[in-house]
Design a protein around this ligand. Structure first.
Ligand code: ATP
Ligand code: MG
Length: 370
């Protein structure tokens, strides 16, 4: 390339990790990350995100499978030779060194010529707007400034791939939002491949070109943030992404109709006071969970109208109104406009937006049926 920068795709093939104690942390992970993409690995605690990242970095042995960085199989390549830079949650700056020395340290160890070190550190400092801090020690910095230095330390390496493991989780909420934006603009500037691990679904939605959602060591879905949000492939994905979480309405499908709360006790008309919704798609008879996001419950009638429900709790948030209600013995939440004229105890007829109607299998697979 013109400016001498080499970027790299990263490919994981049938990657498995079983720890010595027998924990199967990563199972059959297949993933191709093209050059320059920002990919976020997200999922609940213990789902195998860090293990996956550490295997890419070479910090953890792989049990089976292959990892390629660029066109190179790196299974047996030492971490220092993989041309990656990693930023951790505990950024562990050297306390006795200045910011400059912290950023220069790795290059010095690699016997990079002094003038080149100076140039690279200056460039990274400029990108991160920390030029004024170069003489300070880490203890003289705020949390956000320290995190910027840790980023700087990675940037000066000019790696083919950046790996981030929850780099913002030690920061307070406000700083996290600010640093999130900085990492995003860093990617826009450098256009280097980035793999970012978080259990925060908001970080995943806002940072990723693509999201890789994991659970129990297994990839559940790989998609753009909006596709993950709008078309989750299973119940787990549907309820993991989004806050408040997607509501799940239990019921049965019988001959193209959905019976809220189940069809069992009656001759097909549904238990009294509960809803029967006409479905467009061909879903086999059986128990299902219908997923509906809080914002897809609306007061304007649609063809998917629920029976009137009493409102248990009404929360006026200023920019929106959250209402909690019971339907067939299950608690759900609707997100209504700020000016919704509702109070606790009111009876409210809610409808489901047709494109916000997700039908999932009721069994453990929870896979999408519509
Ligand atoms: N060194 C280890 N030895 C044995 N088991 C481990 C080791 N490290 C992690 N595990 C287990 O492997 C599984 C995956 O752990 P991992 O650290 O990859 O999860 P994670 O998705 O990064 O979670 P978190 O969001 O909490 O950081 C967990 O069940 C964990 O207990
Ligand atoms: Mg982790």
């Amino acid at each position: 390339m013109d400016d001498g920068r080499v970027m790299a795709s990263v490919q994981l093939k049938q990657l498995n990790k079983t720890y010595p104690g027998g924990v199967q942390a990563v199972r059959e992970v297949d993933l191709k990350i093209p050059d320059g993409e920002f990919v976020v690995l997200v999922g609940p605690s213990g789902c195998g995100k860090s293990t996956t990242l550490r295997m890419i970095a070479g910090l953890e042995d792989i049990t089976s499978g292959e990892i390629e960085i660029g066109d190179r199989l790196v299974n047996n390549v030492a971490p220092g030779q993989r041309d990656i830079a990693m930023v951790f949650q505990n950024y562990a700056l050297y306390p006795h060194m200045s910011v400059y020395q912290n950023m220069a340290f790795g290059l010095k160890m690699r016997r990079t010529p002094k003038h080149e070190i100076q140039e690279r550190v200056a460039r990274a400092a400029q990108i991160l707007s920390i030029e004024d801090l170069m003489k300070r020690r880490p203890r003289e910095l705020s949390g956000g400034q320290r995190q910027r230095v840790a980023l700087g330390r990675a940037i000066v390496r000019d790696p083919q791939v950046f790996l981030f493991d929850e780099p913002l989780s030690n920061l307070d909420a406000k700083l996290r939002v600010q640093m999130r934006a900085e990492i995003s603009s860093l990617h826009q500037r450098l256009k280097t491949t980035m793999i970012y691990v978080t259990h925060d679904q908001v970080e995943a939605m806002t940072l990723g070109d693509r999201i890789v959602l994991m659970n129990g060591g297994v990839i559940q879905q790989v998609d753009s943030p909006l596709d993950i949000y709008n078309r989750p492939v299973n119940r787990f994905v549907g309820t993991f992404i989004g806050s408040p979480a997607m509501n799940l309405i239990s019921g049965d499908v019988r001959s193209g109709k959905f019976y809220v709360g189940g069809a069992s006790s009656t001759n097909g008309s549904g238990p009294k006071g509960q809803g029967v919704l006409e479905l467009d798609s061909d879903i086999p008879d059986g128990p299902v969970k219908v997923g509906v996001r809080p914002e897809d419950l609306v007061t304007e009638p649609t063809k998917l109208a629920l029976p009137p429900v009493p409102l248990e709790v009404v929360e006026h948030m200023g920019h929106e109104t959250m209402v909690h209600f019971d339907l067939a013995g299950e608690r759900h939440i609707a997100r209504l406009p700020a000016d919704a004229k509702v109070s606790a105890g009111d009876q409210l007829a809610l409808s489901i937006r047709p494109d916000g109607f997700h039908v999932f299998a009721a069994d453990d697979s929870g896979h999408r049926l519509n």
